[in-house]
Design a protein around this ligand. Structure first.
Ligand SMILES: Cc1cc2nc3c(=O)[nH]c(=O)nc-3n(C[C@H](O)[C@H](O)[C@H](O)COP(=O)(O)OP(=O)(O)OC[C@H]3O[C@@H](n4cnc5c(N)ncnc54)[C@H](O)[C@@H]3O)c2cc1C
Length: 487
């Protein structure tokens, strides 16, 4: 175990990672893209058919336009996700996908409603059959069927992912490619047989949106991996630090000695990742950045540690179970930083640094990872405010970095309390789960409503904490939380 000696000397603040577009601008863009085809269609043309046809076409146009934006709101593009937070953006991506799917799947049925009401069920059925049998509708039908498959898989994975024999990486690849196929088929349908297909301006808009959607996918699946491949890291250390817990240190690729470079070849120098303590990155360990095998891990080091990045990884599934056996010196790729689990964001939400009397951290299991980053940073900065840590684990073998915590307790106003479900005989800490009672019992400082709280752990821990803190008068704006599973 390595203890970073806390320093009380003034530390130059680490540079801030590049931000993104403000949320208001992104919302305005989203609304604008969703409504533009509708406005154009109805400005230039009379609505086609009666009410049901207009509704069917309107919903399909809005749905298809927003489908093309889905590629940009999958969370991986930092200039889009940084102001919202990836978890909120991903939730929106999922909700939007469901609404878009309903709108697009309803399109043919709403279209024949006109026939149903005017001429009866036989006429409506005949129009539907005509669509199915007519080759001109093949692209539309393909997009429609693919939408069902892609959404059914996404829903199944969201609900049953722990039981399904589908690898996350395989699903992610098929999800992106499936969505791209829907856009291509849908685009063909819209500009060849769509009700407003003769409107040139509208056709041009569809082509622009389609190209932008595919460009978003190409960025995520090709350009970004290529960029990461140009900035490789190496695994410089892997150590077992607790039961099923591994500390992994990544270092940037070193400049190659001039002697072994062929003429004209440039030495490869990896730029350090500029991040704030508490953020996370998508990490690929070994293999190629193109295989989509990256996993999100919180950066457990402090930005002041320079170009080395430390992670704390818990064995959870296929990938994390084998991290301990990865060879040192193998390549790694780091896409990041992402996330809003930072002191800057927390203080801003609380009304400013001077409104935060103390900082408390609640970690369930490996949820300690981003908190380690925040505490290590507090140690380096010589934080003068009180710092309190509450951790919850099953067994003592899961407690990590005890020596480092002792060094913070000696140099800072830092105290830690550890709660175990299965404590050893000589245990002096808390016993049980991190529930309302444990959390309420731990808060022994006055005016807890003037503190800032960082919570990371399973959903139950985050819910208990929020309830216990609210009961003590802590406003939600003073609780910063991080989830390791997007639910
Ligand atoms: C923001 C964030 C920060 C995280 N930080 C840490 C950390 O510091 N330490 C740690 O041990 N764990 C962390 N995790 C969890 C970690 O990413 C998963 O445990 C890991 O990806 C599981 O991979 P697996 O193949 O071993 O397990 P699997 O059995 O394949 O997956 C288990 C679950 O992890 C999720 N998952 C798997 N792969 C991915 C992926 N590529 N992207 C998103 N979710 C995925 C899925 O929900 C899946 O059901 C973090 C997760 C998030 C979202």
């Amino acid at each position: 175990m390595t203890a970073t000696p806390p320093s009380t000397a003034a530390v130059r603040p680490a540079p801030l990672p590049p931000g993104g577009l403000p949320a208001w601008l992104l919302i305005a863009l989203y609304v604008g893209i969703g409504s533009l085809p509708l406005l154009l269609a109805w400005h230039e043309n009379a609505p086609v058919g009666g009410f049901w046809r207009a509704l069917s076409n309107g919903l399909a146009m809005v749905g298809f336009a927003l489908l093309t934006v889905q590629f940009y709101i999958s969370g991986r593009i930092r200039w889009v996700s940084s102001d919202f937070g990836i978890d909120r953006l991903l939730l929106f991506h999922q909700m939007a996908a469901r609404v878009i799917t309903v709108a697009l799947l309803a399109h043919p049925f709403l279209y024949v409603m006109q026939d149903l009401f005017e001429e009866g069920p036989l006429a409506a059925g005949t129009t539907l059959l005509h669509m199915v049998g007519n080759p001109a509708f093949t692209s539309g039908l393909t997009a429609w069927a693919l939408l069902i498959v892609v959404m059914a898989l996404a829903l199944a994975l969201a609900l049953l992912r722990d039981w399904l024999p589908i690898r996350y990486e395989a699903w992610r690849m098929s999800h992106g490619l499936g969505a791209a196929a829907i856009v291509c088929a849908g685009l063909h349908h819209t500009i060849t047989i769509g009700s407003y297909s003769e409107d040139l301006t509208l056709a041009q808009l569809w082509i622009v949106l389609g190209v932008l959607a595919l460009a978003g996918l190409a960025y995520l699946y090709l350009v970004r991996p290529w960029q990461l491949g140009q900035q490789p890291f190496y695994i410089s250390e892997i150590t077992r630090v607790g039961e099923r817990l591994w500390s992994i240190t990544l270092g940037p690729a070193k400049m190659q000695p001039v002697g072994i470079l062929s003429r004209g070849a440039k030495p490869q120098i990896t730029q350090p990742i500029v991040y704030e303590a508490g953020q996370f990155a998508y990490v690929t360990l070994g293999g190629s950045p193109f295989i989509m095998a990256d996993h999100p891990f919180s950066i457990a080091s402090s930005p002041s540690e320079g170009s080395k990045l430390r992670f704390l990884v818990k064995e959870a599934g296929d990938f994390t179970k084998v991290v301990g056996s990865l060879p040192v010196n193998s390549r790694a790729y780091v896409d990041g930083p992402f996330g809003r689990f930072t002191l800057r964001q927390g203080e801003a939400a609380a009304g400013g640094r001077d409104k935060v009397a103390g900082i408390a951290f609640i970690a369930g299991g490996v949820g300690i990872a981003p908190i380690l980053g925040l505490l290590r940073d507090a140690g380096v900065r010589g934080e003068t405010r009180p710092l309190r840590l509450l951790t919850g684990n099953r067994a003592a073998s899961q407690l990590v970095y005890g020596e480092e915590m002792e060094s913070w307790a000696a140099a800072l106003d830092f105290r830690a309390r550890h709660v175990l479900q299965e404590p050893p005989a000589d245990w002096h800490g808390g016993v049980g789960m991190l529930d309302d009672a444990t959390i309420a019992d731990w808060i022994d400082w006055p005016n807890p409503e003037g503190w800032l709280y960082f919570v990371c752990g399973p959903r139950a821990v985050r819910e208990f904490t929020e309830r216990a803190l609210r009961a003590r008068g802590v406003p939600p704006s003073r609780i910063v939380d991080e989830a390791f599973k997007y639910e």
